[in-house]
Ligand binder design. Structure first.
Ligand code: CU
Ligand code: ZN
Length: 232
């Protein structure tokens, strides 16, 4: 079996499948697919990353479902420092996360959020599923590869960068995000046990020409958050 690694520079991710077969005197020959997922190199920071999976070992073949219940302070009624400025704003909702073809297939996030000020709001996965001090203790944007902040469709971004959601005049945002960089399976890009955070302001997608912009998109305070947890 020969696995040829492709050089990838212009696109974010490549998935491909190599057919391989295993045989031994005691086992009859079995064909297995080897899934190879490639992440591009970043000049001066890291070389290409390859993730290799062989089915059926190492990952479930069925969909993975998770949910995040979004509440001010993450639902923690006693904690919260930064969030105290959001008194009177009652943001809430539930998000369902589904990865139909783990570990390399896209993750879809759907659900409704209500109680938002109308307009765009930064929408990210933050590093920690910790709400002991409200959404403040969720840490910064989930950024396992230590790169600058950007938008969801940029080639180099935090794994947690999902751009903005748009709230209408009634304060309701219909979330329907599809993203191929996240996974609900284990590994460095897994967002299970981390937190979804909704911000006060629009995320400038790293284009604000300030230090805050390239760190977090200048999207202001954290209106609400919820921990991403398995539901199957
Ligand atoms: Cu955020
Ligand atoms: Zn970010």
């Amino acid at each position: 079996m020969i696995v040829k690694f492709l050089s990838v520079t212009s696109i974010l991710l490549v998935n491909y499948v190599v057919k391989t077969s295993v045989s031994s005197p005691s086992l009859k020959q079995v064909d297995r697919s080897l899934h190879v997922r490639s992440l591009p190199p970043i000049n001066g920071i890291q070389s290409n990353i390859y993730e290799v999976y062989m089915e059926p070992y190492g990952f479930e073949l069925g969909p993975i479902l998770a949910s995040a219940v979004i509440r001010p302070n993450g639902g923690n009624l006693s904690g919260g420092k930064q969030d105290a400025a959001n008194v009177g704003i009652k943001v809430k909702g539930e998000l369902l996360l589904r990865q139909t073809h783990p570990p390399h297939g896209p993750v879809q996030i759907v659900g409704n959020i209500t109680g938002l000020p109308p307009g765009l709001h930064g929408f990210h996965v933050h590093q920690f599923g910790d709400i002991r001090e409200g959404c403040t203790s969720c840490g910064e944007h989930f950024n396992p590869f230590m790169v600058p902040h950007a938008g969801k469709n940029d080639p180099i971004r935090h794994v947690g960068d999902l751009g903005n959601i748009l709230a209408d005049a009634e304060g309701k945002a219909e979330v329907n995000v599809m993203d191929s960089y996240l996974t609900l399976k284990h590994g460095p890009r897994s967002i299970i046990g981390r937190a979804i955070v909704i911000h006060e302001l629009a995320d400038d997608l790293g284009r604000g020409h300030t230090a805050q912009s390239v760190q977090s998109g200048s999207s202001g305070k954290r209106l609400a958050c919820g921990i991403i947890a398995h539901v199957n």
